[in-house]
Design a protein. Sequence first.
Length: 256
Amino acid sequence: MMKNILFFVEGVHDANCVARILEVNNFKEIKNLENLPNMWKRKIPRVYPFTKDKLDRYIPIPNYFTNQKYLSVIICTNGEGRLLKEIDLYISNMNLGELREIESICAIFDADQTEAEKAFENKFKHIKKDMIITKGDFKKGYFNIKNKKIKLYNYFFPNNKDKGTLEDLLLESAKEIYSDLFYRVNEYIQNIDLKYKYNWTISSENKVKVGCIANVFQPGSANQNSIRHDDWISKQSIDKCKYVSDFYFFIKNIIT
């Protein structure tokens, strides 16, 4: 029986980083509904709107990858505040037979303005106490339900230790892999008039830098297309970039 690995991420950029690593490790994306196991077919919305007649609701269809040993499911929660709630929702809606097919669950966040350890504590501050998987479960690294042990992992960009975001990892890679573009983009950003930066947050500058570089390779496309198909995560960046290497081997450890 094929085991399932569930990756819960905050956004589509994170999802495509994980997808890229899976593909580098010879996982193939499942693109046809008929090729999915029944437990996942049942969880895909069949009508639109899929909830309460709301036309503006995000449609929660994961990405599925397999290497014949594992089925890896990447679930984008469309916002950092929803990630732990989505884990709880998924587990709550699984029967015991389905839970037996879950090998591990991995939650991936941005550390943002605090170090990873503090960011971990902050994520659980406003979570209801009746959540099935608790902070203590994540700390010990597994979740027990009716004698079934499910491994738990969590990772905070950029390196599961320091403050920062996914963009720090991507720009570390760009500095090594696309150094000419990296320095040109830095120069460009520095020369943008402040009147155009009035609504920028702390993380906006790095997001703009990633967007500029990504659009060179995938003109007019969303950043995630470049993250998935270009060399932000590649043999060279894994060998030479510490943030990239740390994240790559963290994922590789889960899927092998």
